[in-house]
Design a protein around this ligand. Sequence first.
Ligand SMILES: *[C@@H]1O[C@H](CO)[C@@H](O)[C@H](O)[C@H]1NC(C)=O
Ligand SMILES: *[C@@H]1O[C@H](CO)[C@@H](O)[C@H](O)[C@H]1NC(C)=O
Length: 300
Amino acid sequence: MEKRASPSSLLLIAALAMASFQPLLEAVSLSKANFADNFNIMWSEDHFKTSEDGQIWYLSLDKETGCGFQTKERYRFGWFSMKLKLVGGDSAGVVTAYYMCSENGAGPTRDEVDFEFLGNRTGQPYLVQTNVYKNGTGGREMRHLLWFNPTEDFHSYSILWNNEQLLFFVDKVPIRVYKNNGKPNNFFPNEKPMYLFSSIWNADDWATRGGLEKTDWKKAPFVSSYEDFSVDGCQWEDPYPACVSTTTENWWDQYPAWHLSETQKLDFAWVKRNLVIYDYCEDTKRYPTPLEECSLSPWD
Ligand SMILES: *[C@@H]1O[C@H](CO)[C@@H](O)[C@H](O)[C@H]1NC(C)=O
Ligand SMILES: *[C@@H]1O[C@H](CO)[C@@H](O)[C@H](O)[C@H]1NC(C)=O
């Protein structure tokens, strides 16, 4: 695939889309806070480093192990964002993940919303895989190419989550729209509060060209960097926090956050035309009858 430059019109469109998201300006940014205030290290503390000022966090993978961290708090609905710079050079087999999950482990009834960055051989493009789980069942994968090299600079990856839709953003461009049909027993995670997680691990059994490209351990350690975590959402408190109600007090629960804006539609159409590599809704071998949510229109 030929490397395409981001058209400047797209950036302008993205900027306009942001402008229409005024409430973001009021986001409670946790980025200046100490890492330890917001996160716990999940495993392998010695594979985890921060910059001197504590603003950048480095996760490393070697032959022994990867590592990961998670928020102390859980959230239900809101805007969740992080900037990542992915493992550069030869990163085949390496997966960097940024995701939300209702549980600490891969429990059988978890809800989950994933961004996974699948590394590649030097000069070959990363893929972004997104997925949605409800009550332990997933299988809602999409894969996208990016319009920039994600190993050169930090870019933001964000999730907007409310009772109507889940949007996956890359630098404020919505790359995926996942809708709630509002019916009972639907496949939309909207009940369980979720933690945010980040991790790096070896997945050379499947990640790169379906597992054909193995991790080259001579290139280890593989390091991904994180900064500017921000949440503007409803922090969970047992049994039920006031902010989680369906009163539309919060911007993410209001009408403009339930649908793509006109400018977001243009961006999303561009992504659909140019960057989608895989969509489970189109995979008729795997799902001869498309899953129910596949009939929902992202444009509504
Ligand atoms: C969730 O999954 C569990 C175990 O797979 C099942 O027993 C339960 O009924 C499911 N709950 C809902 C609400 O579907
Ligand atoms: C890696 O590069 C190859 C060759 O360009 C491409 O087919 C593949 O989709 C890329 N990404 C992954 C994760 O395999």
